[in-house]
Ligand binder design. Structure first.
Ligand code: CTP
Length: 395
């Protein structure tokens, strides 16, 4: 995970060094922003040495801005952690001030924020600080600590920075909660298949791979390990997804079998239903005035039905698509039963819908419990909604 660590002022700032060491030990990447006050307690050099990456200190640094602008910096992490979070930075955040790099990053970020407060007990208990913390918590800022104990200023009470292992634990708990599919393996087919006629010609279905790839991206974001078995497409492979590129239905089936076991299998590919038995080894030449070539077709294996019939290896949740141009719901319902799928996502792909190859989809989710009609929405949104349904189904 990528963490942007803001180190603000306070005697506890030295503990941020231990936190960085722990985070790096767990393979999280850490980029530090050091406030002016924080720089009175720890040096940029020690943060840089432990985090093994550049430390940002100055809002108006030409060098920093040319490498990474502060807006980009604020969005380049999965989580923003403030440790220690001084009374001052909490007050700035609550008021929406942006007068240095740290407060500007906090105002500009669209990422979750976790604060580990550290300050004198009277400052922590002061109504102003408590008010600020309540406002921030209501806006979704998470807190870890402060702990209670003896303070550097010889006072006793709440205000001590949580120990670095407790902050690490809070960070990892946050990630686990935001990754409800972590530890799950999701197999997805996407795109068309190409069935050769000769070395230069093939039979294919119309499919851009957009919907299947969007589902792969959506479940990967939720922490799933994803194997994407895709026919030839021009859409990019989503981040964090393992691609198995195939051409034919036979190769697609083989790649799916090899990817088992999986917790969930989603069949979004538009598989060519037939292949040519007598595919030519050389390019078929036109014979002037002669008859067109005749092809003998044989049915391709049904990948969904085959994987749904793998006995103990059958994924717990098997999801198919039914792309139809007529009798949508009837055909989709009978496909669900015939292919032994748990869920079918039915969609009308008549040319006038513009769905095939387009950005949007209008689907109906058919489960053993009934039918849900989803309004027309972006394929990415369909994917996110499906991913959320999968999370619930696996609980
Ligand atoms: N499917 C598959 N392997 C095939 C054909 C289809 O895995 N050889 C999957 C698709 O990925 C989809 C579902 O089965 O999830 C239904 O595909 P669809 O093309 O709608 O149905 P077909 O079985 O091909 O039936 P028909 O062409 O008669 O509508």
């Amino acid at each position: 995970m990528r963490i942007l660590l803001i180190v603000s002022g306070g005697i506890a700032a030295y503990k941020s060094l231990e936190l960085i060491r722990l985070l790096r030990g767990r393979d999280h990447s850490v980029t530090c922003v050091l406030t002016g006050n924080g720089g009175q307690f720890v040096t940029p050099l020690s943060l840089q040495a432990l985090s093994e990456s550049k430390v940002y200190t100055d809002l108006f640094s030409l060098t920093d801005e040319s490498e990474m602008g502060h807006i980009q910096l604020s969005r380049s992490a999965d989580l923003v952690v403030i440790a220690p979070a001084s009374a001052d930075i909490l007050a700035k955040m609550a008021a929406g001030l942006a007068d240095d790099l740290a407060s500007t990053v906090l105002l500009a970020t669209d990422k979750p924020v976790l604060a580990a407060p550290a300050m004198n007990v009277r400052m922590w208990l002061h109504a102003a600080t408590q008010d600020n913390v309540a406002r921030l918590a209501a806006r979704g800022v998470r807190f870890v600590g402060p702990d209670e104990g003896a303070m550097a200023c010889n006072e006793f009470g709440p205000g001590r920075l949580s120990e670095p292992p407790a902050i690490l634990h809070a960070i990892e708990t946050f990630f686990n909660a935001s990754k409800p599919l972590s530890g799950r393996h999701v197999l997805i087919t996407s795109g068309p298949t190409h069935e050769p006629i000769d070395p230069v010609r093939y039979i294919a279905n119309r499919s851009s791979g957009r919907q299947g790839h969007a589902i792969a991206a959506a479940v990967a974001v939720l922490g799933a390990r994803v194997t994407l078995v895709s026919g030839p497409v021009s859409v990019a492979t989503p981040a964090g997804v393992t691609l198995r590129a195939v051409e034919t239905a036979a190769q697609m089936l083989e790649a799916c079998r090899a990817a088992l076991p999986a917790d969930v299998a989603i069949f979004a590919a538009a598989v060519a239903d037939w292949r040519v038995t007598n595919a030519a080894g050389d390019k078929i030449k036109k014979v002037p005035g002669g008859p067109p070539p005749a092809f003998e077709l044989v049915a391709n294996p049904d990948i969904l039905a085959t994987i749904a019939a793998t006995g103990p290896l059958r994924p717990r949740l098997v999801i198919g698509f039914a792309a139809e141009t007529a009798d949508l719901m009837e055909n989709a319902q009978s496909k669900r039963i015939r292919k032994n799928a748990d869920w079918i996502i039915a969609n009308d792909v008549s040319p006038e819908t513009g769905i095939m190859g387009g950005e949007e989809n209008a689907v109906h989710l058919i489960t053993p419990d009934g039918v849900e009609d989803w309004p027309r929405m972006a394929k990415d949104t369909v994917a996110q909604r499906l991913a959320a349904r999968i999370v619930v189904a696996l609980q």
